[in-house]
Design a protein around this ligand. Structure first.
Ligand SMILES: *Cc1c(COP(=O)(O)O)cnc(C)c1O
Length: 235
C-alpha cells in the first residue's frame, strides 16, 4: 500500500514529537512550502506556522483563511516600512532585531490599540552572540545597553530572546550559542529586577532549527522552528 502524504507527514511529526518535552512549542517553518502541503500539516495537528516573508505569508493566509485556529509567526528580517503589515498578519514576531524596529512596532501598536490583534504584539528580541555577516540582531552588550529604552515600549509584549547560530558551526559551538542565549536572558531578568523595568519579560526562548533543535531544547528552548526535518529540503 502506498502511504498518503498525510500519513507520511504524520509519521514524521510523531517521530519528532517523541523527542520533544510536552512544553516545547513546535513551529512548522513553511517558507517555500505550498498551501496544499500546509493543509496536510494542519490535518496532522500543526497549529503554528512560521514564515519569513510578508508577501508570501499574506498570500498563504488568504488561501488558508478557513483554518481559523492557526497562529502565524514571523521569523525573518522585517523592514520598518512593512512593520504595520507584519502586525496585521502575525501574532508573534521572532525577528525584532533592532531598537529602531522595536520602537516602530511599539508606535504602531499604540496607535492601533483598538484592534485586538495588534493590541499587544508578542515579540522576541533577536540576538547575535557570534559575529555573522548574514544575520541581524543585537550583541549581548548592545542589548543590555538598550534595555531602558526597550522597557519604554509598553505596547509590546517582549516575551524573550531569539537566536540563530551561524551556519555550519560544530555542535559544541552551537550548544555554546544556545547556553549563552539562555544566560543572557537570565542576566536581563536580573537587570529587570534591579532597575525595576516593568515591560520586559524573559519567559520564552525561540531557538533551534532542524539540525540543532535537540541542543536548543537542552539549553532551555521553549519554541523551536523546524522546516526541513518536517517537510524535506527546500528547492
Ligand atoms: C528557515 C528558518 C528556519 C527553519 O530552518 P530548517 O533548517 O529548515 O529547520 C528556522 N528559523 C529561521 C529564522 C529560518 O529562517
Amino acid at each position: 500500500m502506498i502511504s498518503s502524504p498525510l500519513s507520511q507527514f504524520g509519521d514524521r511529526l510523531s517521530q519528532i514529537r517523541q523527542t520533544l518535552p510536552q512544553t516545547v512549542r513546535l513551529i512548522a517553518v513553511t517558507k517555500q512550502i505550498s498551501p496544499e502541503m500546509m493543509r496536510i500539516a494542519y490535518e496532522a495537528g500543526i497549529r503554528d506556522f512560521g514564515e519569513n516573508r510578508i508577501q508570501e505569508a499574506e498570500d498563504k493566509q488568504e488561501q488558508l483563511r478557513d483554518l481559523t485556529d492557526v497562529t502565524w509567526h514571523l521569523i525573518g528580517h522585517l523592514q520598518s516600512n512593512k512593520a504595520a503589515k507584519a502586525l496585521e498578519l502575525f501574532s508573534w514576531i521572532h525577528s525584532v532585531d533592532s531598537l529602531k524596529l522595536a520602537q516602530r512596532l511599539n508606535q504602531i501598536a499604540e496607535s492601533s490599540s483598538e484592534q485586538p490583534k495588534i493590541c499587544k504584539p508578542k515579540i522576541f528580541l533577536q540576538v547575535k552572540l557570534l559575529p555573522d555577516p548574514n544575520k541581524f540582531g543585537w550583541s549581548a552588550a548592545e542589548l543590555l545597553t538598550d534595555l531602558p529604552l526597550l522597557d519604554q515600549c509598553i505596547h509590546l509584549d517582549i516575551a524573550g530572546l531569539m537566536s540563530i547560530p551561524p551556519y555550519g558551526l560544530d555542535s559544541s559551538k552551537t550548544q555554546s550559542v544556545f547556553t549563552q542565549t539562555r544566560d543572557l536572558a537570565e542576566e536581563i531578568r536580573q537587570q529587570t529586577r534591579q532597575h525595576n523595568f516593568r515591560h520586559i519579560q524573559m519567559r520564552e526562548l525561540s531557538m533551534g532549527m532542524s539540525d540543532d533543535y535537540l541542543l536548543a531544547i537542552q539549553a532551555g528552548a521553549t519554541m523551536i522552528r523546524l522546516g526541513r526535518t518536517l517537510f524535506g529540503d527546500r528547492a
